[in-house]
Unconditional design. Sequence first.
Length: 189
Amino acid sequence: MNLFDRFVLTLYSLALVVISLFVMAMSLNLISYQWIVNGIEDVYSSTQTSLIYFVAAVIFLIISVKFLLTSLRGSGQRRDAASHTVRKPTELGDVRITLETLESLALHAARRVRGVRDLKVKIRPEESGTFVHVRTLVDGETPIPDLIAQVQQKIKEHVESIAGITITEVTVTVTDVASGAGGRVRRVE
């Protein structure tokens, strides 16, 4: 929550305290019945007073909706932040590694395999383990099964050794064959 939101929340809370004290005083008959009736009649009889109360009510409504949405969105962000990490408990506490970090590690490992081009990595943590999915172009000169086995092995070993997490599965999708210059090979029929 930023500084402005905290300031508005403080004012909002103070206004609620005043309203609560007013309602409590009314219920204990500490405020004259006639004074309350005069205030209500003033709202109905004076356009200027009605407008002031209306504007105050709209401001209160807007602030209430804003804080409601902020609280709902805030808990979602905390959940999202937790879901964008992989947790590894240690003796000294938890270590959380972001998915982006794991994706970078996997990319680094896969790039060391000759014959792969244009890599894209997606990490998916689940209860049963961490899954890695790779999409790549291949050079067309190395047998694809051997190339994919190397990519899978390198990613698994590198991520597990550096991050200390267990990789359950590495799937690789070969999307196309690249020419030596990096462009796509077109099939002639």
